[in-house]
Design a protein around this ligand. Structure first.
Ligand SMILES: C[S@@+](CC[C@H](N)C(=O)[O-])C[C@H]1O[C@@H](n2cnc3c(N)ncnc32)[C@H](O)[C@@H]1O
Length: 294
């Protein structure tokens, strides 16, 4: 149990810096048992109303928190970098197997623990991502989009009505199967698996937008060379005037290290770094990087 991480989540939530949904998810991810969360929330002094919002959400989300716990226990996902003896292929296979297990237990929570496995919360989080993409003028009816690490396809499906085509790729076969089950009949939306170590299979100049929503941390986890290769392949696959949006670049917890990587990729690939680690969302605490191809 990481009590310090749980306390930090509470502090950030009470300060209005993360949503109650993210705070509760972080407390579960920190390993706090249900009774400890209950006790800690009931001991919060009255303040600016955020403690009430948190306690209220907790009251209505007990089932969701249990689903997150069950999903985490089954997935056994860890965010540590590849061990010396572990090849990038082996790490990708390990992560994909963890997501295979996670999606079978709690699909919404498996792609976003802060959804607390509630489809309505996940839909609200998806709407804020799509609104940001629209504000950045990245979605239009003449655009072809790649959703890398698409999970159950919630972002890809939300983009399909507003774009010419969307391709969702994921390293986890069961995620792809779930995305197909949910959205397989949408005509301009396709799903498939990706090896997870590169994007070499993509044709040159075939997309206007490559989007990675909370999936790039696993690419980074597979090693610097794997992340570099993804950027090189994306630079080839994205048309002039297109972009690569990375929402959460890593789980290192070091924004400056993420910014250094983004800057290095921008220089190496001839991208313009248009958004450099912003926090544009209210519900989700994701960090946005946007590389534009002039
Ligand atoms: C936190 S989930 C996010 C899913 C989806 N983008 C969303 O936001 O709903 C991370 C996803 O990335 C996928 N993933 C992990 N490593 C990957 C890799 N190297 N290449 C492609 N997908 C990967 C996982 O299987 C999982 O579906």
């Amino acid at each position: 149990m990481n009590a310090a991480a749980a306390e930090e989540a509470l502090r950030l939530c009470l300060a209005g810096r993360i949503s109650p949904e993210v705070a509760l998810a972080r407390m579960v991810l920190a390993g706090l048992p249900p009774e400890a969360i209950e006790e800690r929330l009931s001991a919060l002094p009255a303040g600016n109303g955020r403690e009430g919002a948190l306690a209220g959400l907790h009251r209505t989300s007990r089932g969701g928190l249990e689903a997150v716990r069950a999903m985490l226990a089954e997935a056994r996902l860890d965010h540590t970098a590849a061990a010396d003896h572990e090849s990038p292929e082996a790490l990708v296979a390990r992560v994909a197997a963890a997501y295979d297990r996670a999606v079978a237990v709690a699909p919404e929570a498996s792609v976003a623990a802060y959804s607390l496995n509630d489809p309505a919360v996940l839909a609200a989080a998806t709407r804020e991502i799509v609104a940001w993409l629209a504000d950045e003028a990245l979605i239009r009816p003449d655009r072809d989009v790649l959703d890398l690490g698409c999970g159950i396809g919630r972002v890809a499906a939300a983009l399909a009505p507003r774009c010419r085509s969307v391709l969702g790729l994921d390293a986890s076969p069961r995620m792809v199967a779930e995305a197909l089950r949910r959205h397989g009949s949408v005509p301009n939306l396709r799903f498939g698996t990706t090896p997870g170590t590169d994007l070499a299979a993509l044709a040159a100049a075939s997309f206007d937008l490559v989007l990675a929503v909370d999936s790039f941390p696993y690419v980074v986890q597979a090693g610097g060379a794997v992340a570099d290769r993804h950027l090189e392949d994306a630079a080839r696959a994205v048309r002039r005037g297109g972009a690569f949006a990375i929402l959460n670049l890593s789980y290192r917890g070091d924004l400056e290290a993420d910014r250094a990587d983004a800057k290095r990729w921008a220089v190496a690939g001839g991208w313009t770094l248009a958004v450099d680690g912003a926090r544009p969302f209210a519900l989700w605490d994701g960090t946005a990087f946007l590389l534009r191809r002039p």
